[in-house]
Ligand binder design. Structure first.
Ligand SMILES: *Cc1c(COP(=O)(O)O)cnc(C)c1O
Length: 497
């Protein structure tokens, strides 16, 4: 690119966008910047306090014509970007499910980016493909999955970006498997099942896959059953559909629902799925990671009878976004639907069927070397430390749960299974209803900037969710959060009485 700037004497005539020495210098600066960010992250308001549109007002109207110094760009990250961040890595972040991260995953990600390997098939990225085969089997072993989900057995795993892709891929496999026998024109008869607690991505996947919205059945759950999917109710819904000439094709069970961490009864659901010849997928996006600890493994009992399982290590296994593991018993069923065979990719190993071409296991074509991240994490920490990590989050959640139980003004709304505590303020007072008081309390703690948590509504009840899991969180942050919540409650109850 040496001659690019020649016509303009003010531009450098040497331009190498990947100059190794410049890379070294700027990358060191960036690492220092990031390390300082992690070190000082406690000092920022967790929930960003900016107004919508704040950034456009601060930035120039168009991109610069000439290059700007790297130092200036970094300075602007501090000045313009950081204030607009909701700090997911803050130790005071207890919202949604926190995204756990680690040095090992970060460095694995750097390596992945460094190679920029585009691993659509084996030949384009042998190491990327083969490392993925290995780590998917390693992780399957950690979860005590049967050989039928492993590459070394009769199945196999693949890394997807998110659960949404995992569900969509398995859903189209289930759809086409049935349409092949009943005929494409019957697509309007296909029905998909989950519960009203199933992640909203199931309904979205149904839309994308051409399942009619009226044929997406989300079975209502009750507090009585801790918001898990009742197999009896599911069975009657399916029977009614079948009586109406509809065709059940896919069931999504969840281990650790997003709202309240409900665990669906996998064994019973597997019975129903097999009675009706449905594809049974298990979504364990968050809670699945806990199952690397023997004491949590029972939550996955029954998974051996499922067709597929997805789990997102970016949620709870110290791995940066995005990383969702999908294991399949019959990879051939999704390859059949998703494979493509253009002339420009023809190659010996693929033609001999001797390799895995991961482009046929996913929606997209190009793919990153994500397995490096997991490999770095598994090796740097070992199973022992990963188990310690899960257990310590659960212990902190237990501690918070005890705080809530010790204060008669609060209640635990559903039993805690993992590191999410669902609770609410129930104190008696005059002017406000409970349904107004809890949102007020949430708003008060979040606008303080000192912590961030979120809410849900289940069974018609507004609930506060306190999810422990940010990598930097320590016991002191949990107790400080509880003190802040109590302070908010004191204040609101004083105002109300
Ligand atoms: C978070 C979550 C999802 C979405 O997961 P991503 O992999 O982050 O897209 C799906 N299902 C459940 C149960 C979840 O908690």
């Amino acid at each position: 690119m040496g001659s690019l700037g020649k016509s303009d004497p003010n531009l450098d005539d040497e331009f190498n966008p990947l100059d190794p020495e410049e890379f070294r210098k700027q990358a060191y600066q960036t690492i220092d910047f990031i390390a300082d960010y992690y070190k000082n992250i406690d000092s920022y308001p967790v929930l960003s306090q900016v107004e919508p549109g704040y950034l456009r007002a601060r930035l120039p109207e168009s991109a610069p014509y000439r290059s700007e110094p790297f130092e200036t760009i970094l300075k602007d990250v501090n000045r313009d970007i950081i204030p607009g961040m909701t700090h997911w890595l803050s130790p005071n972040f207890f919202a949604y499910f926190p995204a756990t991260v680690s040095t090992a995953a970060f460095l694995g990600e750097m390596m992945c980016t460094a190679f920029n390997s585009v691993g659509f098939n084996w030949l384009a990225a042998p190491a990327s493909t083969e490392l993925e085969l290995v780590v998917m089997d390693w992780l399957a072993q950690l979860l005590q999955l049967p050989k039928s989900f492993m590459h070394s057995g009769t199945g196999g795993g693949v890394l997807q970006g998110t659960t949404s892709e995992a569900i969509l891929c398995t859903l189209v496999a289930a759809r086409d498997r049935v349409l092949e026998t009943i005929g494409d024109e019957k697509i309007a008869k296909l029905v998909v099942y989950g519960s009203d607690q199933t992640h909203s991505t199931l309904a979205k996947a149904c839309k994308v896959a051409g399942i009619l919205p009226r044929n997406t059945r989300l079975i209502p759950t009750t507090k009585h059953e801790n918001f898990s999917l009742s197999s009896a109710q599911l069975r009657s819904a399916i029977e009614a559909d079948v009586a109406n000439g509809l065709v059940p094709i896919y069931l999504c069970g969840t281990v650790g629902t997003t709202s309240s961490n409900a665990v669906d009864p996998l064994d019973q659901l597997a019975d129903v799925a097999s009675d009706f010849g449905m594809w049974f997928h298990v979504d364990a996006a968050y809670a699945g990671s806990a199952c690397i600890c023997p004491e949590f493994r029972h939550f996955l009992n029954g998974v051996e009878r499922a067709n597929s399982l997805s789990l997102s290590p970016h949620k709870w296994l110290l791995t940066y976004l995005d990383c969702c593991c999908l294991w399949l018993k019959e990879p051939a069923s999704i390859i059949k639907v998703l494979s493509t065979d253009p002339e420009y990719l023809k190659n010996k190993p693929s033609e001999l069927n001797s390799v895995v071409d991961y482009k046929d296991w996913q929606i997209g074509f190009g793919r990153r070397f994500r397995a490096l991240r997991l490999w770095f994490v598994l090796r740097s920490y070992g199973v022992a430390k990963l188990q310690i990590h899960i257990r310590s989050d659960v212990e902190m959640a237990k501690m918070f749960e005890e705080y809530v139980r010790s204060d008669p003004r609060f209640e635990i709304v559903v039993p805690r299974e993992f590191a999410l505590v669902c609770f609410r303020l129930t104190a008696i007072h005059n002017s406000d209803s409970l349904e107004l008081l809890n949102p007020k309390l949430l708003n008060w703690v979040n606008t303080s900037g000192r912590m961030y948590m979120t809410h849900t509504v289940i069974g018609g009840t507004y609930i506060l969710r306190f999810a422990v899991g940010s990598t930097l969180t320590m016991e002191g942050h949990v107790s400080a959060a509880w003190h802040l919540i109590k302070e908010g409650a004191d204040k609101l109850l004083r105002e109300n009485n």
